[in-house]
Design a protein around this ligand. Structure first.
Ligand SMILES: Cc1cc2nc3c(=O)[nH]c(=O)nc-3n(C[C@H](O)[C@H](O)[C@H](O)COP(=O)(O)OP(=O)(O)OC[C@H]3O[C@@H](n4cnc5c(N)ncnc54)[C@H](O)[C@@H]3O)c2cc1C
Length: 413
């Protein structure tokens, strides 16, 4: 690798993930004279791209308005506002198309390669890097960074068991959620917000949902502390998942970490129904003559609640007919449906996408260039920053955007 033949570089990028690749390609394409090196500690680059989106890579999201786009980022939205006016999902689509890879939009606006294979994206990035003359060295870890008295940086790196130095004029740190590199970043004077998981499922053990794994409800409203999220929810073997839960986990990532993933979740199984309107529907159901002799348990009053779930939610009433339900039971049922309380007792992993919140404090970075406000010629891109999005392609988009901006800036001068 670099140790024998080339110890001096114009630009070194630590981390061969999507942010590092995007920055390297942009930089080398804009300024082909620059010697650009990516060092990647793993035995292959773009590891997360390959496993992303269930092997399909959800590259970005078909949301082309920066003002709306930032609302999908529990952390980092404000900082990304200007950045998205410079490089946003429409630019991502165009970039991949110009580099030979077409994307498609699914019904929920998530965008994937037309091949439905994450390898297409990894191969596209690797090919573009090679065409632009970027050197990629795998199995090389960044260990230490020192500002050189002559300008630029001395980097201590390790390849196999050997530790050696390389020099670079500019350094981009794009090492994702790697905890060791966060220590390096702190040694350079930056503040790093503590890393905690975002995007996870809730472990809930409760007889009302026991045995219902696979049952989905189209539109629930969830509340936890001051947070509210609505959308589809899925009951799993361990508890609750689905878009509404994942969004709540992202917005509540820090709160839940502080509470050690134990909290009370209020579920409105009827989406936006209020208690009184639910009561009215229940009353109508009771008053309806044809229903009088029908079992409550087998006759849901709301079409959005699957029968199996309804049966368990109404179990406390016993084997009664609609005609025999009391006022007290009806009120309790309306409460159960619109504000059922469930105990979150831990978190589970969402296998399609896994993200960490925390990272380099955003006001210490200039989001026009992604350059550190504290150390000249030091740049950041991707998940190493305190940015994270909800599921749907937003996390890659912030890596493309910040990588592209860093690449632009590093190519200049
Ligand atoms: C299972 C899974 C599925 C996902 N699916 C999606 C999806 O479909 N859509 C989406 O938008 N997001 C998805 N994400 C999130 C997305 O992968 C990340 O947001 C994104 O990869 C961050 O890019 P990055 O380049 O900043 O960091 P990374 O992809 O983490 O890349 C950083 C690289 O730096 C290397 N590195 C770390 N430390 C050092 C060091 N000291 N020296 C040298 N190299 C180092 C790492 O080995 C790694 O290769 C998924 C994540 C996971 C885990």
């Amino acid at each position: 690798m670099a140790k024998s033949n080339q110890p001096n570089w114009d630009v070194v990028i630590a981390g061969g993930g999507p942010a590092g690749f995007f920055a390297a390609i942009r930089c080398a394409e804009l300024n082909p004279k620059l010697r650009v090196l990516i060092i990647e500690k793993a035995s292959q680059t773009l590891g997360k791209v390959l496993i992303s989106g269930g092997g399909r890579c959800n590259v970005t999201h078909a949301c082309f308005d920066p003002a709306q786009l930032i609302t999908y980022y529990p952390r980092g939205g404000m900082a990304l506002r200007g950045a998205f006016t410079r490089f946003q999902p429409a630019d991502t689509v165009k970039w991949f198309e110009e580099h030979g890879t077409r994307l498609k939009t699914e019904a929920d606006n998530r965008m994937f390669p037309v091949t439905d294979s994450s390898e297409t994206i990894a191969n596209c990035l690797r090919g573009a890097a090679e065409n632009a003359g970027v050197q990629v060295h795998i199995g090389v870890s960044l260990l230490k960074v020192e500002k050189s008295p002559k300008g630029g940086f001395n980097l201590q790196v390790r390849e196999d068991a050997e530790v050696f130095s390389i020099q670079t004029k500019k350094l981009l740190i794009a090492t994702g959620s790697d905890s060791k590199t966060r220590e390096i970043v702190k040694s350079l004077g930056h503040t790093v917000e503590e890393a905690v998981p975002s995007l996870f499922t809730f472990n809930v053990k409760d007889k009302r949902i026991d045995g219902l794994a696979g049952v989905a409800v189209e539109n629930v409203t969830l509340k936890m502390d001051s947070l509210t999220q609505s959308g589809p929810m899925l009951i799993t073997h361990w508890g609750l998942s689905g878009p509404a839960v994942l969004r709540l986990s992202a917005w509540g990532a820090r709160i839940l970490a502080d509470k050690k993933y134990r909290s009370t979740l209020t579920v409105n199984w009827l989406g936006d129904y209020k208690l009184d309107s639910a009561l009215e529907v229940l009353q109508r159901n009771k008053d309806w003559q044809e229903n009088a002799r029908k079992k409550i348990a087998s006759q849901p009053a709301f079409s959005q609640i699957p029968v199996r779930l309804w049966k368990q939610l109404t179990q406390f009433i016993g084997d009664k007919n609609w005609g025999d339900i009391s006022k007290v039971e009806m009120r309790k049922l309306a409460e159960e449906l619109t504000a059922g309380e469930y105990k979150i007792e831990g978190k589970g992993q969402f296998k399609e996408e896994f993200v960490t919140c925390g990272g380099v404090r955003l006001n210490e970075v200039d989001f026009k260039t992604m350059q550190s406000r504290m150390v000249e010629d030091l740049f950041f891109a991707g998940e190493v920053l305190d940015i994270d999005g909800i599921t749907g392609g937003f996390n890659f988009q912030s890596s493309w955007t910040t990588g592209w901006l860093a690449g632009n800036a590093m190519a200049a001068s």
